[in-house]
Design a binder for this molecule. Structure first.
Ligand code: 1HE
Length: 270
């Protein structure tokens, strides 16, 4: 692939429903089941989890994308029909574990979206820390029309991006959001022309990888929890995290760099 990425070797190369490549501190994980529009079967769930857990310490950010004409068609519906209630609950919990390994893993994940981002595909996108959408992206929760409910974390994560009322509308009525609507509603953080998503995602991942690890840790693990707390406990947790991060040698070096005119200024956008 372009942009200096080389294919991963060893156990990662054996994950056949993923295509994993590496460039410096950025790992690119591509869903690789294009003939089924990257529909997520049980094998893909397990492979995704392995890809996120088998993470050498030099990897500092991940880009997640989908091969072919769509990011992800959601749950592989062909595996759904024969499950009992108990099996259904466990299956959903398995999805939750994968989504948690993305949201609360070791490194930030940038999802690059194009084409269909539907059902479990939208749940996957919501577990990432940033979303870059190409102009042809569309979002839907067809669970409502398939007679089921979400099971991969959307009822918790999606309302935090767009609100419960919008999510309910998507499921009640089958409403499809365009890329532009998804950007306005808060699903994506960046909207780029068709074909430009990966380059943008990699550019963002490289910036994120260059942050101090303590800052990325705070953004991934402390911020979402602080956002769930009352003011008192939230402010206390913020102070604890502030104290920890600023005492890191890396933070001291960066602040000294700025004071001694080596660090970058914040630039006005043109
Ligand atoms: C699939 C799936 C799938 C495609 N499970 N096989 N998700 C959905 O309800 C979305 C269902 N999929 C679609 O609406 C469309 O396939 C797409 C809009 C995503 C893409 O359309 P298109 O025209 O590019 O592809 P296609 O011809 O519909 O599909 C190509 C093949 O992929 C075809 O198989 P083939 O053997 O006939 O070639 C499709 O059957 C197959 N395919 N999507 C299984 N989802 C943790 S709970 C999460 C709950 C959910 O995610 S529910 C929502 C499921």
């Amino acid at each position: 692939m372009s942009l200096d990425f080389r294919p991963a070797s060893g156990a990662l190369a054996d994950l056949k429903l993923l295509q994993i490549s590496i460039a410096g501190a950025v790992r690119h994980v591509r869903l690789f089941r294009p003939e089924k529009r990257n529909a997520v079967n049980d094998t893909l769930v397990l492979q995704l989890r392995s890809a996120l857990e088998l993470m050498p310490s030099d990897v500092r950010a991940v880009v997640l994308s989908g091969e072919g004409s769509h990011f992800c068609a959601g749950l592989d519906l062909s595996e759904l029909s024969e499950r009992s209630v108990a099996e259904g609950i466990l299956h959903s919990r398995q999805w939750h574990a994968v989504m948690d390994s993305i949201q609360f893993g070791r490194v930030p994940v940038v999802a690059v979206l194009h084409g269909a981002v539907v059902g479990g595909g939208l749940e996957l996108a919501c577990a990432a820390h940033l979303r870059v959408a190409e102009s042809g992206t569309f979002y839907a929760l067809p669970e409502g029309q398939r007679g089921i409910f979400v099971g991969g974390g959307a009822s918790v994560r999606l309302p935090r991006l767009i609100g419960a009322a919008r999510m309910a509308d998507m499921m009640f009525t089958g409403r499809v959001y365009s890329a532009r609507e998804g950007q306005a509603a808060g699903i994506s953080s960046y909207l780029v022309p068709a074909g430009k998503g990966l380059a943008k995602g990699i550019e963002l991942a490289r910036k994120i990888a260059a942050n101090a690890p303590a800052t990325n840790f705070a953004l991934m693990h402390a911020l979402p929890r602080i956002a769930e707390l009352g003011q008192d406990a939230g402010l206390l947790m913020e102070s604890l995290m502030a104290g920890i991060s600023q005492s890191e040698p890396e933070a001291k070096r960066r602040m000294k760099d700025f004071l001694e005119k080596r660090g970058a200024k914040v630039k006005r956008r043109r």
